[in-house]
Design a protein around this ligand. Sequence first.
Ligand code: C5P
Length: 228
Amino acid sequence: PDVAVIVVAAGSGTRLGAGIPKAFVHLAGWPMLAHTLTRVFGIAEPVQVVVVAPPEYDESARELLGLAAGQSEALVAVVAGGDTRQQSVQNGLAALSPSVGTVLVHDAARALTPSSQFDRVIAEVRASGDGVIPGLPVADTVKRVTVDVVQETVDRSHLTAVQTPQGFPRAILERAYAEAGHEATDDAGLVSAIGHPVRVIAGDELAFKITTAWDLNRAALLFGTDRD
Ligand code: C5P
């Protein structure tokens, strides 16, 4: 396939406090990663899927992908994560099929992200050749602070809250990672750092990241009304 989706699922989930890696915490009867993969497999075209999982969850991830151990990994692969998200993505990049020209990187923790958001990112990467990230306007007033002292109000009309999947031409993302000089909190940050344009398309409220117990409750409540 031309498209690969790297699903990063190797985080520890400390802030969720469930005692197991976040992507394997259950939501409506299934591990969060299962919900994420259902939506990835709903992408309108065939894609390679690379799941980056904690090493001790390799077998669980394979089961969710419907892979018997040792089976061909032409279209689906599970690789071990690293200490940081950036290292986990790097490990995923090493598993891409030769045919892949467009790479999407997605947080497993955004378990309710509709398949349509993936389709829109893919289309925009192809149309523009740029990095493409989904974003939503910032609803709250945002202030820059030093500890608890307000320094200034940031003009929120120039801000966007960024989601995943983030999509890139493969060669651009590989170069951004090869030249990464710092830890970035998203992939587009590294692509911007090598001077390649990144554009924002409309995100989706359902693509929120499940980080805290509150987020998990919200996801469980929403589950019945998921419009995917
Ligand atoms: O911690 P945070 O929620 O920002 O992580 C975003 C995504 O990156 C999650 O899906 C998490 O599993 C993944 N991650 C990873 N490897 C790490 C840290 C985070 O795959 N070392």
